[in-house]
Ligand binder design. Sequence first.
Ligand code: 2P0
Length: 320
Amino acid sequence: MQGTAIAQPNIALIKYWGKRDVERNLPAVGSISITLRELFTRMQVEFDKSLGTDTLLVNDTPDEKMLPRLANCLDRVAGADRPRARIVSTCNFPIAAGLASSASAFAAVTLAAAEAAGQSLTVDQLATLAGRASGSAARSAFGGFVELQNVDDGIRCRTIKEADDWPLSVVVAITEKGPKAVGSTEAMEICRQTSPFYSNWVEQQELDLDVARAAIASRDFEKLAVIAEHNCLKMHSIMWASRPPMVYWNAATMRCLQTVRQLQGQGIGVFFTIDAGPQVKAVCLPEQVGDVEAALRATDGVTDIMTTGLGEGARLEGDA
Ligand code: 2P0
């Protein structure tokens, strides 16, 4: 009655923002992401009939906040009449700070719970179940460059290029470690209901997906850089124009963008992307990592740097 799984977070280059079905947590738009290698969440789930309630430890500390969403996820995998569970999570990067911790957490817990319940999930079932818990988690079922498409009644995720076929690097500039004030789920709904730019965003997404897909297929870094930055800034424009405004940036976030612009001016292959948090992810060619790290580390307000390559999809511990 126990299972352990590992999943990596992913970062969207073409973003998911907004839902077409809140109840079933279906995204309003498709998205394209890269799964990271060095960041991970490890989830252990143990069903135990003697337990009166579910429990959660995150990095050795009891955590009540995340528990209801994880418990709902276990219900969907193992049935609401399942035994209560002991959930133990280990994560090597800041949680709920715009680093896609929910993506890796829900992909890993879904897989671990299925193992603990004696089920074996196909990768499509994993993506669907993880996506019910957190939209971005569906993409962490897969490695490398991943596209999530909306299909009639659900989603369909696929690796569109393997990590080894275009081994980009990501330098994450941490500007603040605390959890965000407004979670993505709530912020997306506020944007959908109040932002004057939201419907344009949904309408234009297919065009951005087409450009990014073609850029990835031909390994055209410049083309991917332009569309990814555009898509990211469009998403943040929706947030800034919502009521109340959702501004996840701080002053250091802006300084990091300037640093990336300066690097680009020096001919360095790098582009930025920012999610629902103040951290800046600089995607670059592996040979540029040293320059990108040095420039971001020297940027005022950057407290930490994490560098990672592209990694694989969620897997059970012990699996190859
Ligand atoms: C993404 N984000 O595509 C976008 C870009 C943040 C900004 O997916 O409500 O935690 O759990 O489905 O997946 C973060 O949202 O939201 C996210 P829910 P999720 O990565």
